[in-house]
Design a protein around this ligand. Structure first.
Ligand code: SF4
Length: 199
Protein backbone atom coordinates (compact mmCIF):
# COMPACT_ATOMS: atom_id res chain seq x y z
CA UNK A 1 0.00 0.00 0.00
CA UNK A 2 1.38 3.38 -0.99
CA UNK A 3 1.71 6.22 1.49
CA UNK A 4 -1.19 8.11 -0.16
CA UNK A 5 -3.49 5.07 -0.01
CA UNK A 6 -2.71 4.55 3.68
CA UNK A 7 -3.50 8.22 4.41
CA UNK A 8 -6.82 8.02 2.53
CA UNK A 9 -7.81 4.83 4.39
CA UNK A 10 -6.98 6.43 7.76
CA UNK A 11 -9.04 9.55 6.86
CA UNK A 12 -11.98 7.37 5.70
CA UNK A 13 -11.89 5.35 8.92
CA UNK A 14 -11.72 8.52 10.97
CA UNK A 15 -14.70 10.02 9.14
CA UNK A 16 -16.67 6.80 9.46
CA UNK A 17 -15.97 6.76 13.17
CA UNK A 18 -17.12 10.36 13.53
CA UNK A 19 -20.32 9.68 11.59
CA UNK A 20 -21.05 6.61 13.72
CA UNK A 21 -20.45 8.57 16.91
CA UNK A 22 -22.70 11.39 15.73
CA UNK A 23 -25.39 8.89 14.71
CA UNK A 24 -25.18 7.20 18.11
CA UNK A 25 -25.65 10.55 19.79
CA UNK A 26 -28.60 11.48 17.57
CA UNK A 27 -30.17 8.09 18.13
CA UNK A 28 -29.97 8.52 21.89
CA UNK A 29 -33.34 8.73 23.58
CA UNK A 30 -33.61 9.14 27.35
CA UNK A 31 -35.44 6.10 28.61
CA UNK A 32 -37.79 7.79 31.04
CA UNK A 33 -38.96 10.88 29.18
CA UNK A 34 -42.64 10.82 28.32
CA UNK A 35 -45.40 13.42 28.54
CA UNK A 36 -46.59 11.71 31.70
CA UNK A 37 -43.11 11.75 33.22
CA UNK A 38 -42.80 15.44 32.39
CA UNK A 39 -46.08 16.13 34.13
CA UNK A 40 -44.93 14.21 37.17
CA UNK A 41 -41.86 16.42 37.30
CA UNK A 42 -44.16 19.42 37.36
CA UNK A 43 -46.11 17.85 40.20
CA UNK A 44 -42.82 17.60 42.05
CA UNK A 45 -42.52 21.36 42.39
CA UNK A 46 -46.20 21.75 43.13
CA UNK A 47 -45.99 19.14 45.87
CA UNK A 48 -42.87 20.78 47.31
CA UNK A 49 -44.86 24.00 47.68
CA UNK A 50 -47.61 22.19 49.57
CA UNK A 51 -45.07 20.55 51.87
CA UNK A 52 -43.60 23.97 52.61
CA UNK A 53 -46.96 25.73 52.87
CA UNK A 54 -46.18 27.30 56.23
CA UNK A 55 -42.89 28.73 55.03
CA UNK A 56 -44.52 30.05 51.85
CA UNK A 57 -47.35 31.54 53.90
CA UNK A 58 -44.73 33.49 55.85
CA UNK A 59 -42.91 34.53 52.66
CA UNK A 60 -46.15 35.65 51.03
CA UNK A 61 -47.13 37.77 54.05
CA UNK A 62 -43.78 39.63 53.82
CA UNK A 63 -44.09 39.90 50.08
CA UNK A 64 -47.64 41.31 50.28
CA UNK A 65 -46.42 43.90 52.81
CA UNK A 66 -43.62 44.88 50.45
CA UNK A 67 -45.99 45.18 47.51
CA UNK A 68 -48.31 47.36 49.56
CA UNK A 69 -45.38 49.51 50.69
CA UNK A 70 -44.64 50.01 46.99
CA UNK A 71 -48.14 51.35 46.42
CA UNK A 72 -46.82 54.89 45.73
CA UNK A 73 -44.60 53.40 43.01
CA UNK A 74 -47.50 51.50 41.44
CA UNK A 75 -49.55 54.68 41.64
CA UNK A 76 -46.80 56.72 39.97
CA UNK A 77 -46.50 54.17 37.16
CA UNK A 78 -50.23 53.55 37.08
CA UNK A 79 -51.68 50.18 38.04
CA UNK A 80 -52.78 49.47 34.47
CA UNK A 81 -49.31 50.18 33.06
CA UNK A 82 -47.66 48.10 35.80
CA UNK A 83 -49.96 45.18 35.04
CA UNK A 84 -48.03 43.77 32.10
CA UNK A 85 -44.54 43.44 33.64
CA UNK A 86 -45.88 42.37 37.04
CA UNK A 87 -48.13 39.80 35.42
CA UNK A 88 -45.17 38.42 33.49
CA UNK A 89 -43.14 37.92 36.66
CA UNK A 90 -46.13 36.55 38.56
CA UNK A 91 -46.78 34.00 35.82
CA UNK A 92 -43.16 32.80 35.86
CA UNK A 93 -42.84 32.54 39.62
CA UNK A 94 -46.25 31.06 40.39
CA UNK A 95 -46.20 28.92 37.27
CA UNK A 96 -43.01 27.29 38.48
CA UNK A 97 -44.05 26.86 42.08
CA UNK A 98 -47.77 26.16 41.87
CA UNK A 99 -48.57 25.48 38.20
CA UNK A 100 -50.58 28.70 38.41
CA UNK A 101 -53.24 29.17 35.72
CA UNK A 102 -53.46 32.94 36.24
CA UNK A 103 -57.08 33.00 37.35
CA UNK A 104 -56.41 36.46 38.78
CA UNK A 105 -58.11 35.73 42.12
CA UNK A 106 -55.55 33.77 44.04
CA UNK A 107 -56.71 31.58 46.92
CA UNK A 108 -53.43 29.79 47.63
CA UNK A 109 -53.28 31.14 51.17
CA UNK A 110 -56.63 29.43 51.85
CA UNK A 111 -55.83 26.19 50.06
CA UNK A 112 -52.61 25.01 51.63
CA UNK A 113 -50.62 26.43 48.69
CA UNK A 114 -52.28 23.94 46.34
CA UNK A 115 -53.79 25.73 43.35
CA UNK A 116 -57.42 24.63 42.87
CA UNK A 117 -57.31 25.67 39.21
CA UNK A 118 -55.24 22.55 38.58
CA UNK A 119 -58.29 20.46 39.42
CA UNK A 120 -59.58 19.25 36.02
CA UNK A 121 -63.06 20.31 37.19
CA UNK A 122 -61.65 23.56 38.59
CA UNK A 123 -63.51 23.09 41.85
CA UNK A 124 -62.83 25.93 44.27
CA UNK A 125 -64.58 24.51 47.33
CA UNK A 126 -63.24 21.05 47.99
CA UNK A 127 -62.92 17.81 46.08
CA UNK A 128 -65.53 16.05 44.01
CA UNK A 129 -66.74 12.61 44.96
CA UNK A 130 -64.32 10.87 42.65
CA UNK A 131 -61.07 11.00 44.59
CA UNK A 132 -59.38 7.63 44.31
CA UNK A 133 -58.47 5.50 47.31
CA UNK A 134 -54.83 6.51 46.87
CA UNK A 135 -55.75 10.22 47.01
CA UNK A 136 -55.34 10.76 43.28
CA UNK A 137 -57.65 12.47 40.81
CA UNK A 138 -60.35 10.44 39.05
CA UNK A 139 -59.80 12.34 35.78
CA UNK A 140 -55.98 12.32 35.85
CA UNK A 141 -55.04 9.17 37.75
CA UNK A 142 -51.35 10.12 37.94
CA UNK A 143 -52.08 13.40 39.64
CA UNK A 144 -52.61 13.71 43.37
CA UNK A 145 -55.98 15.39 43.97
CA UNK A 146 -55.30 19.09 44.46
CA UNK A 147 -57.84 19.19 47.28
CA UNK A 148 -56.30 16.30 49.15
CA UNK A 149 -53.02 18.20 48.93
CA UNK A 150 -54.77 21.45 49.86
CA UNK A 151 -56.03 19.88 53.07
CA UNK A 152 -52.56 18.54 53.91
CA UNK A 153 -50.94 21.92 53.24
CA UNK A 154 -53.59 23.81 55.20
CA UNK A 155 -52.92 21.68 58.29
CA UNK A 156 -49.36 23.02 58.44
CA UNK A 157 -50.30 26.67 57.99
CA UNK A 158 -51.07 29.29 60.62
CA UNK A 159 -54.38 30.05 58.92
CA UNK A 160 -55.43 26.40 59.13
CA UNK A 161 -59.16 27.17 59.05
CA UNK A 162 -58.96 29.44 55.99
CA UNK A 163 -59.65 26.37 53.87
CA UNK A 164 -63.13 26.19 55.40
CA UNK A 165 -64.14 29.57 53.94
CA UNK A 166 -66.53 29.26 50.99
CA UNK A 167 -64.91 30.63 47.84
CA UNK A 168 -66.89 32.61 45.30
CA UNK A 169 -67.21 31.25 41.76
CA UNK A 170 -64.31 32.22 39.51
CA UNK A 171 -64.76 35.64 37.96
CA UNK A 172 -63.70 34.92 34.40
CA UNK A 173 -63.17 38.62 33.69
CA UNK A 174 -60.16 38.53 36.02
CA UNK A 175 -58.38 35.74 34.15
CA UNK A 176 -54.89 36.61 32.92
CA UNK A 177 -54.61 39.52 35.32
CA UNK A 178 -52.16 39.98 38.19
CA UNK A 179 -53.58 38.82 41.51
CA UNK A 180 -50.63 40.49 43.25
CA UNK A 181 -51.55 43.92 41.93
CA UNK A 182 -55.26 43.47 42.47
CA UNK A 183 -54.79 42.47 46.12
CA UNK A 184 -52.41 45.40 46.61
CA UNK A 185 -54.85 47.87 45.05
CA UNK A 186 -57.66 46.52 47.22
CA UNK A 187 -55.55 46.77 50.38
CA UNK A 188 -54.45 50.30 49.48
CA UNK A 189 -58.06 51.27 48.81
CA UNK A 190 -59.15 49.84 52.16
CA UNK A 191 -56.66 52.01 54.03
CA UNK A 192 -57.83 55.07 52.08
CA UNK A 193 -55.14 55.33 49.38
CA UNK A 194 -56.89 55.60 46.09
CA UNK A 195 -55.12 53.45 43.46
CA UNK A 196 -54.43 55.32 40.21
CA UNK A 197 -55.07 53.23 37.14
CA UNK A 198 -52.72 55.28 34.96
CA UNK A 199 -54.76 54.25 31.93
S1 SF4 B 1 -55.53 30.30 42.56
FE1 SF4 B 1 -55.43 31.40 40.58
S2 SF4 B 1 -53.80 32.96 40.81
FE2 SF4 B 1 -53.60 31.47 42.52
S3 SF4 B 1 -52.09 29.98 41.81
FE3 SF4 B 1 -54.11 29.18 41.24
S4 SF4 B 1 -54.54 29.94 39.16
FE4 SF4 B 1 -52.82 31.12 40.01
Amino acid sequence: MSGNEAQTTTRTVAQATLVRRARDKLAYKPADVSPQRRLQRRYTMRLWSVRHARFLEWVYARFADLFLALHPVWNAIGYVRAERPVKFIERQVKGLMFDCRMCGQCVLSATGMSCPMNCPKQLRNGPCGGVRANGHCEVEPDMPCVWVKAWEGAQTMRATDAILAVQKPVDQSLRETSAWLRVTALAAGERGDRPESGA
